[in-house]
Write a protein that binds this ligand. Structure first.
Ligand SMILES: [Zn+2]
Length: 149
């Protein structure tokens, strides 16, 4: 079964140790370097800190020889990715978020609480993953409309 934790990605969730809460908690990936999370924000205490792999214990430090060529790293910030998504969607107004609307991947929506977001993924069982300024959220969509007249 796919979960939010399958692969780290900017704006996505990751389970890691929070030094403030002193336990392993869900964090939002705020920045990534290449494919590795760089900065994360605790969803519980909202504090931002560097991502440490594992349960807080520092792993074996890899020594890099100073002569090794420096490979340029790709840094992706969640806020930049979000901005990019919105820029790509300049045409058309964002759709006001209502759970009965059927959203598609790439749709831009306006959520009353989270603000502007872009649909990153459509999941089964009426769920969508939306990238907001503060990270990804799972929302419901395509709910059957109540029998209105
Ligand atoms: Zn915390």
């Amino acid at each position: 079964m796919k979960t939010l934790y399958d692969r780290p990605r900017v704006g996505g969730d990751i389970l890691t140790y929070c030094g403030k809460c002193k336990m392993e908690l869900a964090h939002v990936v705020m920045a990534m370097v290449d494919t590795k999370p760089k900065r994360v924000m605790c969803k519980t205490c909202r504090s931002e800190h560097a991502y440490r792999k594992g349960g807080g214990a520092p792993g074996p430090s890899r020594k890099r020889s100073p002569s090794s060529p420096r490979v340029p790293k790709t840094v992706i910030l969640a806020s930049e990715l979000w901005q990019k998504r919105l820029d790509e969607r300049k045409s058309g107004e964002p759709i006001p978020y209502v759970p009965t609307h059927l959203f598609a991947k790439g749709d831009c929506l306006n959520h009353p609480k989270f603000g502007l977001g872009c649909v990153e993924e459509v999941r089964l069982a009426g769920k969508i993953i939306v990238l907001f300024r503060e990270g990804e959220k799972i929302l419901i969509h395509s709910l059957p409309k109540p029998n209105a007249q």
